[in-house]
Ligand binder design. Structure first.
Ligand code: NA7
Length: 548
């Protein structure tokens, strides 16, 4: 296609195209609009919300407290919005995001039900040209990918799946209308965060629930409930200071902890610390003592504590044993948070099939079959996760300068500079992308930091009269080496997980996020910006200058 010739058909063109209307895309639209850019958003869904639009399965809920898993950019918003529960369910988070979109007048900027299928940087025009699944094209100076780190649902290619005559669901692409499971035989494949949330809900209504577990996860009870006025007050009274503090924390999440290491306390105090954290609930369990993540012995005592709890809760010792993670340390895979998960396995209608011992071989028209049995089912629910961090980006056919494809550049795994840009892809930014802390903690904190950094960078470009920014290949290579080095020394190497891409057959095994901590990363990004964007290259574009 000759883009120059076709340009007359695709004007008017915005300054920036923003792909995705979840937390990241909406804030990018708002912020870029605020600095005076014209912006246009594209969203595959029929509404805003991203993850919280698609993941509507029963039990879907955020495992970070609502008072923290929310925007901080508007004090009026954070003071006025009233969360109902300590850990908000999907519907409440979606209402919040819809409210934000309306409140900041963003809806009119977004074209819904439209998926971006390709994006190419035209070296002559120095603009990004995107095409949509509706056959339209649009060009913009800047391309912002806010496509979500966990948005491309992964359904394993199990032989015979297409022959199954019952209903098939994926937690990450749940229907909008209510789904009735009453009196049905339901199989759930997958026991990560999503499986652990949906299983107790299905067990209440299904005739039979068969859980196919390949790897057990550590799960901590949420102890969820209505948000107490005291807790709400505690946050709201010091929100401004508090938000600043959490930005500096390693995971962007505030936890109440003992502040001590396991070595500083007696065995009895250690036990009572774990008991207290278990009774309080939530992922904060892993921060009960400061050394759980760092010291293998401390980790083993925390892991043993959880294994003992599983054995205490689950009545059948064989089932309890199968539910106990034994092959990796606590924290090497994403820790899950549940409401009555382990208790669910005491119900007479629930069975656990350990597919690490008896793998699923195929699916027939009526059953899931393992090496030693057939399990007749009316419905199969895949809780099998996502092609994380790179999936949604690479689902777009992205071509940078000189027609270089991003898929090709990333064939050995993603490499980025600061997780914000990829060298050779000028004026293209990623929000919470690979090589940044992204989903290793509170992703909303990550998103706000990225969008603020990007908008400050665009202002800098405007003030310095430059039009094009790119990452330098050597700066990218150094960042990539640093990301890998930090990951190598972390716990994350000790289990197969979506953090490493190992859940997707054929995906290169490479740690996908930056594990050095949110605070450290934020400082690094700020330092680079204040040094005049070291590692980035800027240039003036005669063609863009002419179009100003
Ligand atoms: P996860 O955490 O990736 O969990 C997926 C689960 O599905 C996990 O238990 C997998 O077992 C299992 N799985 C994947 N493929 C298969 C096959 N082929 N057979 C059997 N079991 C399989 O996804 P979630 O949606 O639960 O959570 C993703 C994130 O969203 C979560 O961490 C939060 O950040 C929010 P495996 O462990 O690979 O053996």
């Amino acid at each position: 296609m000759n883009y120059t010739d076709s340009l007359k058909d695709i004007r008017p063109e915005p300054d920036a195209i923003i792909v995705g209307a979840g937390f990241g895309g909406l804030y990018a639209l708002h912020r870029l609009k605020q600095i005076g850019l014209s912006v246009e958003g594209f969203e595959a869904g029929a509404g805003v919300g991203g993850t919280w639009y698609w993941n509507r399965y029963p039990g879907a809920r955020c495992d970070i407290e609502s008072m923290q898993y929310s925007y901080s950019f508007s004090d009026k918003l954070q003071q006025e919005w009233k969360w109902q529960e300590k850990y908000a369910p999907q519907a409440e988070i979606l209402r919040y995001i819809e409210h934000v979109a309306e409140r900041f007048d963003l809806l009119k900027l977004i074209q819904f039900n439209t998926r971006i299928v390709s994006a190419s940087f035209d070296d002559n025009l120095e603009r990004w040209i995107v095409t949509t699944d509706r056959g339209e094209s649009k060009s913009a100076r800047y391309l912002i990918l806010a496509t979500g780190p966990l948005s491309t649902a992964n359904t394993p290619a199990i032989r015979g799946l297409d022959r199954f005559s019952g209903r098939i669901f994926h937690t990450g692409a749940w229907p909008h209308e209510p789904v009735d499971f009453i009196g049905r035989s339901v199989g759930v494949i997958g026991t990560g965060s999503s499986g652990i949330q949906i299983i107790p809900e299905l067990a209440q209504v299904a005739k039979d629930l068969i859980v196919f577990q390949r790897t057990p996860n550590f799960s901590i009870p949420s102890r969820n409930g209505p948000l107490t006025p005291a807790r709400e007050r505690m946050f709201k009274e010091r929100y401004k200071v508090f938000r600043e503090e959490i930005k500096r924390l390693p995971s962007g999440i505030f936890f109440e902890t003992t502040g001590k290491s396991t070595e500083e306390v007696s065995p009895e105090e250690r036990q009572s610390g774990f008991e207290e954290a278990w009774a309080k609930g939530g992922v904060g369990f892993v921060r009960t003592f400061t050394d759980i993540i760092l010291n293998p012995e401390a980790n083993t005592s925390a892991s043993d504590f959880i294994r003992a709890k599983i054995a205490e809760i689950v009545e059948n010792p064989t089932v309890a044993s199968a539910l106990q993670p034994k092959t990796y340390p606590l924290g090497a895979k994403r820790i899950c948070v549940d409401t009555g998960y382990y208790e669910t396995f005491n119900k007479s209608n629930v069975s656990l099939i350990d597919v690490s011992k008896t793998p699923i071989t195929h699916i027939t028209s009526k059953a899931v079959s393992t090496v030693d049995a057939d399990y007749p089912l009316d419905d199969i629910v895949f809780a099998t996760g996502f092609d994380a961090l790179t999936g949604a980006i690479l689902a777009i056919d992205i071509k940078g300068s000189a027609g270089r494809s991003l898929k090709d550049k990333w064939k050995e795994g993603p490499s980025t500079y600061l997780g914000l840009m990829a060298a050779g892809f000028p004026n293209m930014f990623m929000v919470a992308g690979p090589g940044s802390p992204s989903i290793l903690g509170n992703v909303v904190v990550s998103i706000e930091q990225h969008v603020d950094w990007i908008s400050a960078c665009l202002e800098y470009m405007h003030n310095h009269d430059v039009d094009v920014i790119d990452a330098k290949p050597d700066a990218e290579a150094q960042w990539d080496a640093h990301v890998n080095e930090v990951a190598q020394s972390s716990l994350f190497q000790q289990a197969d997980s979506w953090y490493l891409g190992s859940n997707i057959p054929g995906k290169p095994r490479k740690f996908l996020a930056y594990a050095g901590g949110y605070g450290v990363y934020r400082d690094k990004c700020a330092e680079i910006a204040s040094s005049g964007y070291e590692g980035f290259i800027f240039r003036k574009s005669p063609v863009l200058a002419a179009s100003n």
